[in-house]
Design a protein around this ligand. Sequence first.
Ligand code: AMP
Length: 567
Amino acid sequence: MSIVGIDLGTTNSLISVFTDDGPELIPNALGDFLTPSAVGLSEKGQVLVGQAAKDRLVTHPALTQARFKRYMGTNWGQKLGRKHYRAEDLSALVLGSLKADAENHLGHPVERAIISVPAYFNDTQRKATMAAGQIAGLKVERLINEPTAAALAYGLNDKDGESTFLVVDLGGGTFDVSILEMFDGVMEVRASAGDAFLGGEDFTDEVAKYLAGKLDTTLEKFSAKKAAMLRDLADQAKAKLSSEHEVSFKFIDDKSTEQTLSLTRNKLEEISEGLLKKLRHPIQRAVMDAGLRAENIDQVVLVGGATRMPVVRSLIARMFKTFPVHNLNPDHVIAMGAAVQAGLVDRHKALDDIVMTDVCPFTLGTDVAIEIAKGQYEDGHFQPVIERNTVIPVSRAVRNSTIHKGQTQLNLRIFQGEAPRVTNNVYLGQVNVPIPKNMKDYEEVDIRFTYDVSGVLEVLVKVLSTEKTSRLVIEGNPGALSKSEIDARFKVLDKLKIHPREETVNAAFTARLDKAYENHLGDARKDIQYLIGVFEAALARQNKHEIKEARDEIEPHLKTYEDRSIF
Ligand code: AMP
């Protein structure tokens, strides 16, 4: 049974497999490789995943969710219908849909997967991704960092090459930068940096805010439906400006007035200035951490849909005085690399000579009290245990002692980050260690951090005098799911009615028609309503052949209406 590779993206997700011919992407029920990471409920209460759900974001905002990846491992949740869903649940539904596509394509059950995550995802977000996999009924063999996956896909293309390259991965919601060295099939990540809260969607938000301003209002003042429509148009306008210098489009506001809006590439650059500034810092840090200078980078590889933006490309070209390469499709490359990793885990013979090493992108450590004057301690200081950009897997230990004689408990808090004070770092969890009461002396403990190939952390604390060991249990971290919670979520989701896969094409087609109707007024609406009637009549006759004929007939008309809302 093959292991699949999955790119679980903010905007789109993909599934792939490693075959004798190399990595291969698997199409979904619509025949597309990209499945929008959107989940919704149909009027009948069935779960819809992918394109249909994405289009229904505009027509049914209360019944649809998207862009939940950035909430993985947090307490965030939303209601869909009567049930409450966490980001892990919604991601599990996307994973479940991809799994069904792969099973349909491969003709056998799929149970094991490699899932890609942003290199900059922290421990909680990684564990949340693993939990989402488990909730979807998948054994997550390993997580792979997205830029590392991209590098694997590129490296396989140029197995005998020797070069140092920089991978810039700007997806929908996250930004990662990695520097890799490749030599004779050995690929080594030298440094990673990034921002888990910066992506193409932020550029879309800026555009939507700007457009609302042009209409003399703010996004918050629109109804949920209109705000979703304006955001959708903003996203399309932004993407179109990657190939054109100016776009115009029609928007029907809450008063049913048709407004024509336009945006130029120059204006987009101007409103993106703050975000562009945020892109520079991780790039500079990765180069510095690798002990390199800009001129040592032989190739810059672009990954993620948002690297199609000309401003992003020119920023990178200016920084490295070289034109970035993008000869593999930036939307596909991470999933291709995840398939290569699946092939490596499966020990596929075609990959015998490939070796890949990765690093831990941030420093991991504990809080510690520092003696600031004789007998006077100040807590809240950061004690690094594993420094950023250490090659993984890695296991490191430090020895600490109690502050007071007679102390019976040590509450060790675990953090990730680069700041000297723990309050400015990310809290990951706590280990509560019982200490034998010793009035004569201070007690010593060994704190061992082990960071595995998936970037998941284990912390063990051993009291030297008793040789007793305590393990990190994520306590007081409201974002983390326990094993029993994962099992419970699995049972809840397993009972949901999923929209039948064979009807996905029709559900997506209906969603497109409804969205086109919402986006127009007057005669155009009447025409679209007629098309909806024709399609519904065909659906009612329940003859597959006739339904397909109706879709083929309606398609060119629908397309002209879709094209007419943005021009
Ligand atoms: P990903 O998560 O890699 O699928 O990236 C999705 C992001 O890329 C979204 O924010 C899209 O708006 C953005 N994107 C996709 N195509 C383009 C394009 N042609 N120009 C600019 N941004 C794009």
